[in-house]
Design a protein around this ligand. Structure first.
Ligand SMILES: [Zn+2]
Length: 1006
């Protein structure tokens, strides 16, 4: 470019910066206020006052338009949005949105459901009067684009609908409760969208329906506001960390989009689909200053439509460009987020033919204005962040609101400008979902009618229904061809290779009538495909730090049969769509003795608790009555009427049959234990998933903290089992010690005048810092010693071992070389006679996240003895390769054979070890290995497994006698994110058989 024009160009850029405008393409609307519309001077002055530097604002938000009859957020907040010291409760946010609704026909508020604790969730629609008046007609048009079968996949008809329709852009705020800025930003955004007469905002109002759920995690928001109020009342003190957000989980509420166990996920998806929205844009705060955390990095989720990937890129790039032109630093996309897992709330859109988006803006975890010093990683200049944030700056909640609103307004404007493109894409993605069988496949997934684990199958199908997936039932038996598996060619042809080998013939599989078919020629085929398929994350992937789990394969984690069918013939099998699942439980026959075969269905535990008065026994061996086979662990039920049992089993999908006489097998009682459920004040997230599972199964327990259990004088008098679910990788010493109390102030988690919502339906303490303490340790040891059962998993198992429970078990954290990142791994049943294993087959898939690695021994306090160096054949000496060696001058002597023991087996002590050795654990007290990890080659079922040798074959579930009681240790996490129902019964079996865990145990001779 010649110098003369360069200076002109430079001058132009200078002007643009001064006026705060941006370089515009032809016919673009400038992002500037309408000079004819008055502004709210006082409000505007405060915006400028609370913005710490002018660069942290934009021409879209540095003023507030005035409207005589429409209230600004100040009416409810007492100050402007983003003001220091102001965090509104959800109720106040709703109050404001409803005031807006009253004051202008451009706003409508909808109630979209309630939370686990009964708080309301809302969605606020903002658009032109005309758009809101014609909502229903518009919705009907969008519904046709969302399900192109209704217009016979006719592109011309779609184009017509596209030209007539107004798209819906859905924004969700504050799913993460300590990320506090979104509600006030969204209050002000709603006001601007309703009031501002500038051409830029009018474009949005006329072109888009903006839908806003200002608070997603309502229970957590109210707790967070409480804590902030406590902090304002005690400004010099440390304030308590937000240990509970929602009723069950904290940060993981944004990992529920697969199993959809939480109300917030269900309410947001129902709203998103009821409105046939095109975008779900979720607001977060953890990265300075605005990270469009959508485009991310590889590997991308393998099931999304590439059209969506393109949409992420164009919207993200444009968003960054627009804000950069305003002169706002620290706005970027890409970054280190991989889009692999579909567990994030925003992914509800990605999996339902929409556009998922997520912002990380910068927040102070409250409304204080603070000096913020960044880490080098956050302020470094990179290829995707040419204009990084400042290393150090004063930051306010107003700055945060400026960034959130500016990002959203520029996105909404761009979306409105290109609404035809995005509506057409929406149609195309829906159409391509329907065309899946003939495009990439598969044609369908089948869940067979003869599934032995029928109640678990029903639960899996129920998740698909929650995902709005269509399910059909075949009305005849049918057969499908299964794809031929290509055999791997060996690197070098072996001598013995049979050259004349014929290629493998295609196999078929028969399914009975009544089997469930998930057809892939439906609009939401993608989500079903993603959940039911397998995942493979290559150990050689350039992405070495997966952002979240690498696998979730639902059929494996639920332990039910799921067949991926590519044979298109299946689509012409006669079948009927179902909207609810048929009840399959109940009693078969007439009589007084009933049997329920055990297939490790969690609802068996529910039944035990429901029918308190009935006598239930477990068969310790398999048996047969007539030609009907019953597995080990079968429930034999007496003392309940046929009609009562029928009523109890029906909703649980359990099938009971009448037996005319009792089978001649050994049995023991199955009892409903009294459960103490222990949590820490360090973190409640991992245990929250366990609590949720027990509540859904209606299994009662007493919920208490480590502090509380330490104060109970006689644990055995009150409880049969202590359940101590994972904490979340905390060291055993933290469980015992808690946080230091020799400095700082108590951290109360109590209902107080400032914190009326804190406790809710969970737990309380005057000081969160205290841990279990050494008294508590002694109590737990005593409880087990006197016959109690302590059940632990992952880090709490390591804790149990650290306090001397679990004789003969050692635990190691895996080395850097092993990477099992939230993967599905293979395990093998070692001891099917253990009650913990009742109902399971030999192969069980389980969720594993890096161990820990357990080893077992018969010797107390020592590592497993290594057998001598593995030698390949005999040492150097006389004779041929297979001859014995000899020593000159003495008779030959053979070395005694070491008894061969597998990695997971407790070694038999040698004679030398047995001699005068009090450290030898008596055979009856040695660890009993119930489940082990599969061999290295079979360890990977789904996801990323690298360096798995370290954990392969090691115990995965252990029952360790201790005193007169037991410690049950899990290396896998059997209860996780509502996704692992297949392994729930390992826990539930331990509960129901708490006083008979030694059933079927065989002890070594020495
Ligand atoms: Zn977040």
């Amino acid at each position: 470019m010649p110098p003369a024009s360069w200076s002109k160009c430079a001058l132009f850029v200078f002007c643009a910066l001064v006026t705060g405008g941006a370089v515009l393409a032809d016919s673009e609307t400038p992002p500037a206020r309408d000079a004819k519309q008055p502004i709210d001077e006082a409000y505007t002055a405060k915006i400028r006052k609370y913005t710490t530097e002018p660069v942290f604002s934009s021409p879209l938000v540095d003023y507030l338009p005035a409207a005589k009859t429409i209230p600004t957020p100040e009416v409810v907040l007492g100050d402007i949005a983003g003001a220091p010291g102001i965090l509104p409760y959800a109720e106040d946010v709703y109050k404001y949105m409803r005031l807006l609704e009253k004051a202008t026909p451009r706003v409508k508020v909808f109630s979209i459901g309630t939370t686990e604790e009964g708080r309301e969730m809302i969605a606020v629609a903002i658009s032109s009067e005309a758009n809101l008046k014609n909502l229903e007609q518009n919705r009907q048009r969008l519904a046709k684009l969302a399900d192109p079968r209704t217009i016979k996949l006719d592109d011309a008809e779609a184009d017509k609908l596209v030209s007539e329709s107004v798209p819906v852009y859905y924004i969700t705020g504050t799913i993460h409760s300590p990320e506090t800025g979104a509600p006030t930003a969204l209050m002000e955004l709603a006001y601007r969208l309703a009031v501002d007469e500038s051409p830029y905002i009018r474009d949005i109002r006329d072109g888009v329906i903006t839908l806003i759920t200002p608070v997603v995690e309502v229970d957590g928001r109210d707790r967070m506001v409480d804590l902030y109020k406590w902090h304002l009342a005690h400004p010099k003190d440390f304030y308590p960390p937000l240990i509970y957000w929602g009723k069950y989980v904290a940060h993981d509420n944004n990992r529920d989009a697969m199993a959809m166990t939480l109300k917030l996920t269900q309410n947001v998806l129902n709203t998103y689909l009821d409105w046939d929205a095109q975008v779900l844009h979720d607001l977060h705060e953890s990265v300075p200053y605005l990270y469009d955390n959508t485009v991310g990095d590889g590997p991308y989720n393998a099931w999304v439509d590439p059209i969506l990937v393109d949409e992420w890129q164009v919207i993200g790039a444009r968003n960054v460009a627009d804000m950069t032109k305003f002169g706002m630093p620290g706005v970027f996309t890409h970054g280190d987020f991989d889009t692999w897992s579909p567990g994030y709330l925003m992914f509800l859109a990605a999996m339902h033919n929409g556009i998922s988006r997520l912002y990380e803006t910068f927040g102070n975890g409250g409304a204080d204005t603070r000096e913020r010093t960044l880490e080098p990683d956050d302020y470094s200049r990179t290829w995707y962040r040419p204009n990084p944030p400042f290393p150090k700056t004063r930051w306010s909640q107003r700055n945060n609101n400026n960034y959130e609103e500016t990002g959203l307004l520029t996105s909404l404007h761009y979306f409105s400008e290109n609404k035809r493109l995005f509506l057409k894409n929406f149609y195309l993605k829906s159409k391509r979902s329907i065309q899946k069988p003939s495009a990439e496949g598969p044609a369908a997934y089948v869940l067979p009618a003869n599934e032995p684990r029928a109640s678990v199958q029903a639960d899996l199908l129920r998740i698909l229904l929650r995902q709005h997936v269509e399910i059909s039932r075949a009305s005849t038996a049918f057969q499908v061809s299964l794809p031929v598996k290509k055999e791997k060619k060996p690197a070098k042809p072996a001598d013995s290779e049979d050259k004349s080998k014929t290629p493998p013939a295609p196999t078929t599989r028969d399914f009975p009538s009544g089997s469930y078919v998930i057809r892939m020629d439906q609009p939401y085929s993608r989500v079903a495909d993603a959940l039911l398929d397998y995942q493979y994350w290559s150990p050689k992937d350039p992405q070495t730090t997966p952002y979240d789990d690498t696998a979730w394969t639902f059929g494996e984690l639920f332990g039910v049969q799921v067949t991926r069918v590519t044979d298109p013939k299946i689509l012409s099998v006669p079948m009927e769509r179902i909207t609810e699942l048929r009840a399959i439980g109940g009693v078969e026959g007439q009589g007084t003795l009933f049997a329920i075969d055990n297939h490790a269905e969690p609802s068996l535990a529910t039944l035990r608790y429901h029918l308190k008065g009935a006598t239930m026994d477990a068969a310790e061996e398999p048996f047969q009555v007539g030609d009907r086979k019953f597995s080990r662990g079968t429930f034999l039920i007496r003392g309940v009427s046929r009609s009562d049992l029928d009523a109890a089993t029906k909703p649980l999908n359990l099938h009971a049959v009448v037996l005319t006489s009792a089978p001649s097998v050994k049995t023991h009682p199955v009892r409903a234990p009294r459960i103490a459920y222990v949590h820490t004040w360090i973190s409640t997230q991992a245990e929250g998933w366990w609590r949720l599972a027990l509540d859904n199964l209606q299994i009662p327990y007493e919920y208490m903290s480590t502090q509380a259990i330490a104060k109970i004088p006689d644990l055995n008098a009150k409880y049969d089992v202590i359940l101590f679910p994972p904490v979340g990788w905390n060291s055993p010493s933290t469980v015992i010690e808690g946080l230091p109390t020799s400095w700082g102030n108590p951290l109360p988690w109590l209902d107080t005048p400032e914190t009326p919502n804190l406790v809710g339906k969970t737990d309380s303490t005057p000081d969160m810092r205290l841990g279990l303490g050494w008294d508590g340790v002694a109590k737990l040891q005593n409880f087990v010693g006197k016959g109690g059962v302590l059940l632990t998993a992952t880090d709490t198992s390591q804790f149990a071992l650290s306090i001397g429970l679990g004789n003969g078990v050692s635990s190691a954290s895996p080395s850097e070389k092993m990477k099992i990142v939230g993967a599905v791994v293979g395990t093998r049943l070692v001891d099917p006679a253990s009650p913990i294993a009742y109902g399971y087959e030999e192969k069980i898939s389980a969720y594993c996240d890096d161990g820990p690695v357990f080893s077992v021994n018969s010797l107390l306090g020592s590592r497993r003895r290594r057998l001598g160096p593995e030698t390949d054949g005999r040492p150097t000496g006389r004779g041929t390769k297979d001859d014995p060696d000899f020593v000159v001058g003495r008779p030959a002597s053979e070395a005694p054979d070491e008894p061969e023991r597998e990695q997971w087996e407790v070694p038999i002590p040698t004679d030398e070890q047995l001699h005068n050795n009090p450290r030898i654990i008596p055979p009856a007290s040695r660890p009993r290995v119930i489940l082990r990890y599969a061999d290295s080659k079979d360890l990977l079922v789904s996801g990323l497994v690298q360096g798995g040798d370290e954990i392969a074959q090691h115990p995965a579930v252990l029952d360790v006698p201790s005193g007169s009681g037991h410690v049950v240790l899990f290396s896998i996490n059997p209860v996780y994110r509502g996704e692992t129902e297949g392994t729930y019964s390992l826990v539930l079996n331990a509960l129901l058989n708490f006083d008979s865990l030694n059933a079927g145990r065989t002890n070594a001779e020495k």
